[in-house]
Design a protein around this ligand. Sequence first.
Ligand SMILES: [Zn+2]
Length: 391
Amino acid sequence: MTVRLYQRDPYLFEFEARVEETDDAWIRLDGSAFYPGGGGQAADRGTIHGRGVEEVLERQGSIWHRVPGHPFSIGDMVWCSVDWDNRYDLMKGHTAEHMLFGALQRMMPELELLKIEITPEQKRLTVRGPIDRDLVESAEGLVNQAISENLEVTRYEMDREEAESGEVRAKLERIQGDTVDVVEIGDFDCAACAGIHVMETGEVGAILVDRISSAGGGDHNLDFIIGDEAIARSMDLAHLALRAADALACPMENLLRTMENMKADAEGLRKALSRLSKISLENIAPIDVEGMQVHAAALPGIPRKELISRAETLRERGHLAVLVSVDDRVEFVMSCPSESGIDLRRLVDSVVKDMGGSGGGRPDFVQGGIADHSRAEEFLRRILDSLGEGV
Ligand SMILES: [Zn+2]
């Protein structure tokens, strides 16, 4: 068994220990301040006698450290150092996680905690239940309030029976033994946990839930950041919102409503453009080229989707389509009935490439574009000439 120095003193990061056992690259010490990971919190990093500890884990009640190439033998006294910046960040993140979930569940008791990830790269809760941004922002506010009140964080053991009947948040089916480690954060939160936490909530500094994303099946991931990072990110986001309000020439408090209106307007315009495009394309009068009905025109600003849809329809009717949209560039879609024997790719190779454009597709359906928007009519004429010459 290894004495768990991190449980006695979570702030201990340098210590001397005796090597009790080795197993290839793995070392067991008589006592260790290296947290082996658990409760969603990543294992510690650091050094043993200056050599990097690449992995820490718990095996049969003892803590093992993987130090590749170490020269240690049983009985050696070694000086150990836990990467404190990393560990302290994880302790603060872990404490913040207790508070955040506690606050969320206070407002929505049916909320279920599925997974916790507290690593150097990410701090994330995965939850099941109907959450939305309003709820998350309210919980975040409660946590920041508890941080500013600098509540005391205490850890003690509780009889299992008491935990079962009490106000402790716990998944007792996952806990072995007759006693339960309980972490109490002032009068704010109380949960079963054998991990490591800070002593006062003020150490967390601040919390910002900076992303809510789907975890599939209706579950959600809540990513949060803490401390200076949370404050700096909050400032960045505030500046971004201020700039957005300036750009939209609206008061800051109307920013969201203005953007929602713009989105609705854009959607309305998109639908109107689609309708107008359809009408314009349907109104192209066919001309006869070598006995073929050719629908050819250059029209301003037609979405490519509409060009494709009309070209497909005309092809099915046995007609030939040369549909061109002119905007800041020329875009074209051409189609012909496959039984016509025409290979439209040859037109792309001759006309389009000669005009500095690009495109491709199947013999009966091609699309592409030309950068110079002033050459749309020339493009159309050259395509029709080529078709007239029986290309
Ligand atoms: Zn914990």
